[in-house]
Design a protein around this ligand. Structure first.
Ligand SMILES: NC(=O)c1ccc[n+]([C@@H]2O[C@H](COP(=O)([O-])OP(=O)(O)OC[C@H]3O[C@@H](n4cnc5c(N)ncnc54)[C@H](O)[C@@H]3O)[C@@H](O)[C@H]2O)c1
Length: 250
């Protein structure tokens, strides 16, 4: 019950690590707000969390639309009175999400790059902008966003994803830490390597020889959100099984 009376808002909360995080924070007593663009999956996700706690709501939100982001923030505050932890988890590589062919950067449609920058970077900053206004009023909060090993390595065919994650892992997390500290707000970033939210991730090499389980990443979220991590801010934690330091990863 580490997060009793605390409220966590998670984007991309209808699936993968976002949904698992919702369930784990609920088990620790938190009020849970799940935001997602996929309405059907969101309903199912809210039902799963409701099996753990009554104190859950879903916000059908396109995180790339700032007015919808503000509505979600307001719905969370109306339901629970505060937002103590923000996890903007929604994201993904454009080639996979849009079903694009494996092509070089300059052969990808420019619309795909726009789509990716909007979803992976601007949408995250939109939620952080809206929710930090509430956290500043409360004089406290924790923001944990998701980077990726791709942000450190680059990706010729997913430049929107690589660029967004790279930004979140450096400029964004450091800026948020500076902006938030006077209000008692911490900002952190977790950058996973392959995580088994889908079978395809098993094929991505790591030094350790295995991908991470979603629970490992969520355990780090629980730690970073807790007072045990009260001195952790403005930094990115790489959870990549050593992929970044591998010599032959291709
Ligand atoms: N799975 C991995 O191997 C891995 C590795 C590194 C980083 N990450 C990052 O971790 C995060 C979570 O990954 P996952 O695999 O659990 O995700 P996922 O693909 O299972 O879930 C993403 C969720 O985001 C939602 N979403 C997409 N666009 C949205 C929008 N505009 N507004 C609101 N919701 C939207 C989707 O509907 C979906 O429910 C992502 O940011 C991802 O880039 C994942």
């Amino acid at each position: 019950m580490e997060f009793l009376n605390k409220t966590v808002l998670i984007t991309g909360g209808a699936s993968g690590m976002g949904l698992l995080a919702g369930k784990c924070f609920a088990r620790e007593g938190a009020n849970v707000v799940l935001a997602d663009i996929n309405e059907e999956d969101l309903h199912a996700a809210v039902a799963e969390v409701r099996a753990i706690t009554e104190r859950v709501i879903g916000c059908h939100t396109d995180a790339t639309k700032y007015e919808q982001v503000v509505s979600c923030r307001d719905a969370a505050v109306e339901a629970f009175g505060s937002i103590d932890i923000l996890i903007p988890c929604a994201g993904g590589a454009e080639r996979r999400i849009l079903g694009l062919k494996e092509r070089n950067f300059f052969e990808q449609p420019i619309a795909a790059i726009d789509f990716s920058l909007d979803m992976n970077l601007k949408a995250v900053i939109y939620f952080e902008h809206a929710v930090m206004q509430q956290m500043a009023k409360q004089q406290g909060g924790v923001i944990i966003h998701l980077g990726s090993i791709t942000g450190a390595e680059g990706s010729a065919g997913n430049i929107g994803y690589a660029t967004s994650k790279s930004a979140l892992m450096t400029g964004t997390v450091k800026s948020l830490a500076q902006a938030g500290a006077p209000y008692g707000i911490r900002a952190c970033c977790i950058a996973p390597g392959p995580v088994m939210t889908r079978p395809g991730m098993a094929g991505m090499k790591t030094l350790m020889g295995y991908p991470a389980e979603p629970q490992e990443i969520v355990d780090m979220m629980l730690y970073l959100a807790s007072d045990k991590a009260r001195s952790v801010t403005g930094t990115t934690i790489l959870m990549d099984g050593g992929r970044y330091v591998m010599e032959n990863k291709r």
